[in-house]
Design a protein around this ligand. Structure first.
Ligand code: KG4
Ligand code: ZN
Length: 353
C-alpha cells in the first residue's frame, strides 16, 4: 500500500457519482445518484436537464463519498475527475466541483478519460491483470475494442461506425414498451429470458467487412420493423400486455440480444487475432462498460476468449456501469507516474459570478 487516497468524480452522462479509493485498490466508498427516472420523462438524456440534475446533487454526492469513506479532504492525495468524452454541460459540473475541492485543500487534479477508466478499473478488480491486454468497452455511447500496450498507450482496433450496442438495447427496450425508469439494457435482458432467441431472424451486422468495427444502426432498424410487423404497441406497457403479446415481445428481445452479441463475438475473435500478432504476450481480455453487466454477454464472450487461450476479466456490474471508483482508480494510476495538474487557485472566477 503506497498510502495514496484519491477521490473520483464522474458526471459525464446521466449518473452523478463519486468514490474514494486507496492505492492498494481498497474501495473506501462509492456513491451514485441516478437520473434515469427523471430523464425517462424526456425519453432519453436531455443535456440541460441532466446538467441541472448533476448540479443539484454534486455537493451531496461528494460529501457522502467522503463521509462514508471516513475521510476528510485533508486525507486525500489527489482529486480525479472525468474530463471526457461526454456531454460538455455535464462534464463541467464535475470538473468545477473537482477544482473547488482541489483549490480549497491544495490538492493536485488528475483529468481522466471516461473510456480509459472503464478499461483500467479491471486492474483494481484483477490484480494479475498487467499490460499488455485487450479491452472491449461497450456502453450506451461507445463501442470500442482496444489494445492496451501500457498505461496511457492504446491502439484502437475497432469502433462503431454508427450506434453503440447499449443504444440498440435502450431503443429496443423503449419500442417494446419496457420500463424505462431504469436503463433499457437490464429490462431487455430480463424479458429475453422468456423468449426464443431463434424466432426472429435478424441479420448479423457487417458480415462482409474484414475489420474489427461495429455497426448497430441497421440492427436497430430491423428490430423496429419486426416490432411494427407484429403490431406491438409500445404505449401498452409489457406488464399489461396479453400473454401472446408478451411472448411476442420476449421473442424479439431474445432474438435481438442473440444477434447483437453475435456481432460482438465475431469482431472480438478477429481483434484477438490481430492483437496477438502485435503483442504475443497478451493474457487477458477486459470487457467493461454498462453492457458488460449483461450475463448473456459475459457468458458468450467468455467462450470466445477462452478458445483463444486468454482470460476474460469482467468487473462486477456495479463497476461496469458508470461509477466513481473507476475514475478514482484511473486517477491513482496516473498520479503514481506523475501525470497530474497542480492545485488550481483556491478562488476561481466562477465563484464570484
Ligand atoms: O457505461 P454506461 O453506464 O454509460 C455510458 O458510458 O454510456 O453504459 C450504459 C449502457 C446503457 O445503454 C444501458 O442500457 C446498458 O449500458 N446496460 C445494459 C445492461 N446494463 C446496462 N445493456 C444490456 N444488458 C444489461 N444488463
Ligand atoms: Zn460509461
Amino acid at each position: 500500500d503506497d498510502g495514496l487516497v484519491v477521490l473520483g468524480i464522474e458526471t459525464s452522462c446521466d449518473d452523478t457519482a463519486a468514490a474514494v479509493v486507496r492505492g492498494n485498490g481498497e474501495i473506501l466508498s462509492q456513491v451514485i445518484s441516478s437520473q434515469a427516472e427523471l430523464l425517462a420523462q424526456y425519453g432519453g438524456v436531455a443535456p440541460k436537464q441532466a446538467e441541472e440534475a448533476h448540479s443539484r446533487v454534486i455537493d451531496k454526492v461528494v460529501q457522502d463519498a467522503l463521509d462514508r469513506a471516513n475521510v476528510t479532504e485533508k486525507d486525500l492525495s489527489a482529486v480525479a475527475v472525468t474530463i471526457g468524452p461526454g456531454l460538455g454541460l455535464c462534464l463541467r459540473v464535475g470538473v468545477q466541483k473537482a477544482r473547488r475541492v482541489a483549490g480549497a485543500f491544495n490538492l493536485p487534479i488528475v483529468g481522466v478519460h471516461h473510456m480509459e477508466a472503464h478499461a483500467l478499473v479491471a486492474r483494481l478488480v484483477e490484480h494479475e491483470l498487467s499490460f499488455p491486454f485487450m479491452a472491449l468497452l461497450i456502453s450506451g455511447g461507445h463501442n470500442i475494442i482496444v489494445l492496451a500496450h501500457k498505461l496511457g498507450q492504446y491502439t484502437q482496433l475497432g469502433t462503431t461506425v454508427d450506434d453503440a450496442i447499449g443504444e440498440a438495447f435502450d431503443k429496443t427496450a423503449k419500442w417494446l414498451g419496457l420500463d424505462m425508469r431504469r436503463s433499457g439494457g437490464p429490462a431487455v435482458e430480463e424479458l429475453a429470458l422468456e423468449g426464443d432467441s431463434k424466432s426472429v431472424m435478424f441479420n448479423v451486422p457487417m458480415k462482409n467487412h474484414k475489420d474489427c468495427n461495429f455497426s448497430y444502426a441497421g440492427l436497430k432498424t430491423q428490430v423496429r420493423l419486426a416490432i411494427a410487423a407484429r403490431e406491438i404497441d409500445a404505449k401498452c406497457p409489457v406488464s399489461s400486455a396479453t400473454k401472446a403479446d408478451r411472448r411476442n415481445r420476449a421473442d424479439i428481445a431474445a432474438s435481438f440480444q442473440r444477434v447483437a452479441v453475435l456481432h460482438l463475438e465475431e469482431k472480438c475473435e478477429r481483434a484477438i487475432d490481430w492483437a496477438l500478432k502485435l503483442e504475443p504476450s497478451i493474457k487477458h481480455m477486459v470487457v467493461s462498460g454498462g453492457v458488460a453487466s449483461n450475463q448473456y454477454v459475459r457468458f458468450r464472450l467468455n467462450n470466445i476468449v477462452e478458445n483463444k487461450n486468454l482470460k476474460l476479466v469482467c468487473p462486477p456490474p456495479s463497476l461496469c456501469t458508470d461509477n466513481g471508483v473507476m475514475v478514482a482508480w484511473t486517477g491513482l494510476e496516473h498520479f503514481r507516474v506523475g501525470r497530474f495538474d497542480p492545485p488550481p487557485p483556491a478562488m476561481e472566477p466562477d465563484d464570484f459570478m
